[in-house]
Every structure is written in structure tokens, then in C-alpha cells.
Design a protein around this ligand. Structure first.
Ligand SMILES: [Fe+2]
Ligand SMILES: [Fe+2]
Length: 197
């Protein structure tokens, strides 16, 4: 009962953060929330937990680069070569830490899902994979990820295969455009490849 009340209070605090975000971002959050809610039970994950994680995933997405770097410094988050060059990658980590420090988030699974939703991570659990994939399955991202139908199919069948497919394609795309690749994305892909062999 107490756990339920705590989750309701956390939900209220996250909802207030989402209410203050720009409309376009809020719409994205609700669209991917619906996708995660459908995906979650297929993989034995509580829909409400997936919905809460999705609501939380982009709370820091509207912060300008300077603020992300400043907050990362204040929160003692690691800022490597890639984060320094592409500070937007810090919106997951900064958001996750704000939820813990200011909103009382205690669930490590939600924390990791929010923290790594941009790059993935070799230790992501099923909830983290659902959050990662639902975020990429937003129909508004069809131009960036034209292979969404395949990703959607894989996401319902096998979360690992879906994350591996996305990471392989995204890494190739980043390299072909001369962009940096986050080391955790490479590590996550290596781990998934190893597991699929
Ligand atoms: Fe995001
Ligand atoms: Fe997102």
C-alpha cells in the first residue's frame, strides 16, 4: 500500500515536470508512452511501470547544452569525449539523477532505463530495452529510422534482437555521417552479438 502511494506521489512529481515541457516534446512523451504500454506486457513487464518510465525519460530533454553540461558537473556525472562533443546525450543521465535527487525515485530499473535511453548500455534490463525501443518507435521519427516497421516487429518478438538491430543500423549511420559513437552503444551491441552467437 505504501509502495503504491509512493509511486503515485512520484508519478505526480514527474507529471508536473512533463506539464512544463514544450508541447512537441510532451506529445512525443505521450506517443511513446502508449507504445511502451503495449510492448511491456508482451515481455512480462508491468504496463504501469513502463508508462511511468516513459513519462520520465525525457524530463531533461528541453535543457540547452550549456545547462546539461552544468547540471552534469553539479551532479558529478561522467562527461566523456562524446558527451562533451554531443551534450544532448546527457539528457538521459541528468534527467535520471534529477528524478533520484529531487523527486525521490528509488527504483534502480527505472533509473537505468531513463539514464541510458539514448545510447543503450550492456546491462540494460527488459524495462530499459522497452523504454529504449519505444522511444525510437515514435512515428514522428520515421524519417530518421525508416526501418521502423522491422524494428517494431522485432520489438514484439525479441527485445535483444530489436536493440541489436537498432544499434547496428544507428552505429553505421553515425559513422557514415562522420559522427562520434558513444562507447556504451558499442559495448551494448558487442554484448548482444556475443549473446546471440
Ligand atoms: Fe530522450
Ligand atoms: Fe524520447
Amino acid at each position: 500500500m505504501q509502495e503504491r502511494q509512493q509511486r503515485q506521489e512520484l508519478l505526480g512529481r514527474i507529471q508536473r515536470r512533463v506539464d512544463a515541457l514544450p508541447t512537441g516534446l510532451r506529445d512525443h512523451i505521450y506517443r511513446v508512452g502508449d507504445i511502451a504500454k503495449q510492448l511491456a506486457p508482451i515481455h512480462g513487464i508491468d504496463s504501469e511501470l513502463a508508462a511511468l518510465s516513459m513519462l520520465a525519460h525525457d524530463v531533461a530533454r528541453a535543457m540547452p547544452n550549456e545547462e546539461l553540461l552544468q547540471r552534469a558537473d553539479e551532479l558529478s556525472l561522467p562527461v566523456g569525449t562524446v558527451e562533451f562533443a554531443v551534450p544532448i546525450l546527457l539528457h538521459g543521465p541528468v534527467g535520471a539523477e534529477i528524478l533520484v535527487k529531487e523527486d525521490g525515485l528509488e527504483d534502480p530499473s527505472i533509473h537505468q532505463a531513463v539514464y541510458w535511453h539514448s545510447t543503450a548500455h550492456p546491462e540494460l534490463d527488459s524495462l530499459g530495452k522497452v523504454v529504449f525501443l519505444a522511444d525510437k518507435l515514435d512515428p514522428q521519427k520515421a524519417a530518421a529510422y525508416p526501418y521502423q516497421p522491422l524494428l517494431n516487429q522485432l520489438a514484439t518478438e525479441d527485445l535483444d534482437k530489436a536493440v541489436l538491430e537498432f544499434l547496428s543500423r544507428e552505429i553505421v549511420s553515425l559513422v557514415s555521417r562522420g559522427q562520434m559513437v558513444h562507447p556504451k552503444a558499442l559495448e551494448a551491441r558487442n554484448r548482444l552479438l556475443e549473446a546471440s552467437a
